[in-house]
Every structure is written in structure tokens, then in C-alpha cells.
Ligand binder design. Structure first.
Ligand code: ADP
Ligand code: GN1
Ligand code: MG
Length: 382
């Protein structure tokens, strides 16, 4: 076992990790296991094994079971969706090993492992020759991710919705998120409300808009679809050689939801001219060219499956996902940073400010956003 692995031992976490690694049906001998990626929720590690002198890589993840309380249900979703996708990809003569995540079973043939201190682990085959990005390098990346997320929704259209567990109840129910936010402000358990009065006021000013999508879903004017619900650019793997989006990852939040939110969360993250946590707010804006690129790709990927009303609500999906995410960062800041991983003091407040600056810029560009969607809508009609 490498130095890295032993360093982890010093941190007192190695035993659990070793126990978990030993539980899975891996090829070869484990040689190293290091933190990997930039997700805010799970603990992700790159696990390397030696198979007769050749490297075999895996992704090992400790599932955040404070956030995902029904790990069994979550893993049933992931196993169900990935085996469904494998079948669809096989029928389309695709590459099942690269175009979907593939779970590695435990030696007991389960799709996850619960260790002796009740942490939950899973292993995926490593998707090789592909990478994820925290920022759009070039518009083509964003276009590729748009097509892939649109297509993903299309591929799962036939998946039996009733078999899906709601892994985080009310995940994108913005009015419910608002109630939680108000409660956090009222309780002010960390005495931080004073430091974010402007941000609190920003949310309150937008109260009336927060239910725009939820109301349509509940009144059945908008369909619930099988959605990904976390469509950040870094949840798509792009092929290193061709630049094509090959695999949608991070399947923990696949649930029935609104298509406009899958679209909107991608815009929030990828069409921002700054990073999600940029502190220099003058750098934050909605790039209309990237907004257009994504709109085109997403509509193409959906292959004409969206209703006229869903298409009309796309700009609102983008605005609400940005507002909701900012509100969630603010709530977590008020509650003492217990949900999102933070890497510096005030990180969640920085993230929140950045989201709200983006919302404000969307409001300035609202008419242009609507025109862009209008333009691409024509091309998307079946
Ligand atoms: P989180 O829920 O914390 O965001 P993810 O499942 O998105 O965790 O994984 C974090 C990162 O690990 C991804 O952004 C990606 O770079 C990498 N990753 C995850 N799964 C794989 C895989 N099967 N093959 C290669 N890299 C992966
Ligand atoms: C979390 O796991 P990750 O980093 O892909 C969060 C999303 C937020 C996002 C903000 C399960 O996503 O909802 O939009 O952070 N995932 C969960 O970056 O809450
Ligand atoms: Mg992720």
C-alpha cells in the first residue's frame, strides 16, 4: 500500500477505508487510494489496483448518509437506472463500459457496503479517457453537456417512475426550500443573520416567484419526468480525444422532477462567467452566448419531447435553480455549514452572493433569454 494510503491511516480514517476496499470484488491488489474530484456531498477517492503490473482504476465513494438517509433506496435507484441504461446503450450498439456508470459488486454480491461504523461505500468502474470540468473551457464542452443531459432525460423516459425512491424528499420543491430558509433565519442558531441581511432581503423580494414551477407540476400542467436533478458541468464526463460527452455521472438525485430544472441547474453553473463561489461579483454574469449554446444543445438532446409550456418555462427554470441554490447556500451558512462541504470561512455565503448576483444579471437579460429560447424552440418542434 502506498504512502498516501498510510497517511490516511494517520488521520484515523484508513481502517474504514481498508475495510471497505476489502469488501468489494476488485481485480488485482489495491496500491493507492486518494481523494478525487470536487463534489460538495460525497467523499470520492481514486482507487488504483495493480493487476500483474498493470494499473486498474476504480472510483470509491463514501456516500453521505446524513444527507441521503435511505441509502438502500438510493442504491436501488442507481443500480436500476444504470442497468436500464446499459440495456438501452447495448441496443443502440454503444459502449456500455463508458457511456454509463457501472457499479462494482461486493464479494457478497451487493451493490454497496456498510462498514462496521455504519458508513456506506460503493465502487464504480473508472471511466477512462474522459474528464470532468468545473468550468466551461470552450462553448463546445457546454453544448456537448447540454445534448447529453437532454438525451439522458429522453433515454430514461421509459424508466418505471414508480420504482424510483425519492432520495431527498422535496429536493427541488422551491417553496419548501423557502420555508426551511425562513426557519433558519428565525432560529439564527449561529448568530450569522446580521452578517447577511442584504441576502435575506434578496430572497424575500423574490418570494412570489418561487412557486412558479412547483405550482405547474402540482396542478399537472407540467409533467413530472425522470430527471437527474444535479446537472452541473462536472457531472458529465467528456471524452479526452473527441471532446464528446460520453457519460452522465452523479446519479444520487435521479427522481421524478421538472425538465426545466435540469436545464436550469446547468445554466446556473455553466453559463456563469465566474466560478460558483467567485468573491469578485463584478466577474459574475450570465453569458448569453453560452445560454444560447446550452439551449440549442438541450433542446436537440430532448429530441422534441418537451411540451410547448416546458420550453416557455426554460428561462424561469434557470432563474429558479439559481435562486434556489443561492437560498440553499444561505440556509446552510445560517445553520452553521452542515450540508455543503466548505473550504474556507464564509464559503457558503460567498457561494450564495455569487448565485444572487447571477439572478440579478438574469433579470437584466430576461427579454434576451426569452428571445433565445423562442428562436431555438422552433428548431426543436417535432
Ligand atoms: P459528488 O456527489 O460529491 O459530486 P460525484 O459522483 O459527482 O460526487 O463524483 C465526484 C467526481 O469524481 C466527479 O466530478 C468526477 O470527476 C469523478 N468521478 C465520479 N465517478 C467517476 C467514474 N466512474 N469514473 C471517473 N471519474 C469519476
Ligand atoms: C451539490 O454533489 P454535487 O457537488 O454534484 C448538491 C446540488 C447543488 C450543488 C451546488 C445532493 O452537488 O444540489 O446544486 O452541490 N447536491 C446535493 O454546487 O445536494
Ligand atoms: Mg458531482
Amino acid at each position: 500500500m502506498s504512502q498516501t494510503f498510510e497517511t490516511k491511516a494517520a488521520e484515523g480514517k484508513c481502517r474504514q477505508m481498508k475495510e471497505a476496499i476489502g469488501a468489494f470484488s476488485l481485480e488485482g491488489e489495491p496500491v493507492s487510494c486518494e481523494r478525487y474530484g470536487s463534489g460538495h456531498i460525497n467523499d470520492t477517492f481514486l482507487l488504483v489496483c495493480d493487476v500483474n503490473g498493470k494499473e486498474k482504476k476504480y472510483i470509491l465513494q463514501r456516500i453521505n448518509n446524513e444527507i441521503f438517509q435511505d441509502v438502500e433506496g438510493l442504491m436501488k435507484n442507481v443500480a436500476g437506472v444504470t442497468s436500464y441504461l446499459r440495456e438501452v446503450i447495448r441496443k443502440n450498439h454503444g459502449d456500455c463500459d463508458r457511456e454509463t456508470l457501472n457499479l462494482v459488486p461486493t464479494k457478497m454480491e451487493k451493490c454497496y457496503y456498510e462498514d462496521s461504523i455504519h458508513s456506506f461505500w460503493r465502487v464504480y468502474q473508472f471511466v477512462s479517457g474522459a474528464s470532468t470540468y468545473d468550468k466551461v473551457r470552450k462553448p463546445e464542452d457546454f453544448y456537448q453537456s447540454a445534448k447529453a443531459f437532454g438525451h439522458f432525460q429522453r433515454l430514461l423516459a421509459g424508466y418505471p417512475v414508480e420504482e424510483l425512491t425519492e432520495t431527498i424528499p422535496n429536493f427541488h420543491n422551491t417553496p419548501v426550500r423557502f420555508e426551511t430558509f425562513k426557519q433558519a433565519v428565525q432560529e439564527d442558531s449561529c448568530k450569522r443573520a446580521e452578517s447577511c441581511q442584504e441576502e435575506i432581503a434578496f430572497v424575500l423580494r423574490h418570494e412570489k416567484e418561487l412557486g412558479a414551477v412547483q405550482e405547474l407540476l402540482e396542478s399537472k400542467q407540467m409533467p413530472y419526468r425522470v430527471t437527474h436533478n444535479d446537472t452541473k458541468l462536472n457531472n458529465i464526463m467528456l471524452d479526452d480525444k473527441t471532446g464528446e460527452a460520453i457519460c452522465v455521472i452523479d446519479l444520487d438525485t435521479i427522481m421524478p422532477g421538472a425538465s426545466v430544472f435540469d436545464y436550469g441547474d446547468s445554466i446556473r453553473f455553466g453559463a456563469n462567467t465566474a466560478a460558483e463561489d467567485e468573491v469578485d461579483l463584478s466577474k459574475v454574469s450570465l453569458s448569453l452566448p453560452l445560454f444560447e449554446t446550452y439551449t440549442k444543445g438541450f433542446l436537440e438532446g430532448c429530441e422534441g419531447s418537451l411540451t410547448a409550456q416546458e420550453m416557455e418555462m426554460l428561462p424561469m427554470g434557470a432563474k429558479l435553480m439559481t435562486l434556489e441554490c443561492g437560498m440553499r447556500f444561505l440556509t446552510d451558512y445560517l445553520q452553521g455549514d452542515t450540508y455543503f462541504k466548505i473550504h474556507r470561512e464564509g464559503h457558503n455565503l460567498d457561494r450564495c452572493r455569487c448565485q444572487f448576483a447571477l439572478v440579478a444579471d438574469m433579470e437584466k437579460k430576461w427579454e434576451e433569454m426569452k428571445k433565445i429560447v423562442e428562436r431555438w424552440k422552433e428548431h426543436a418542434a417535432v
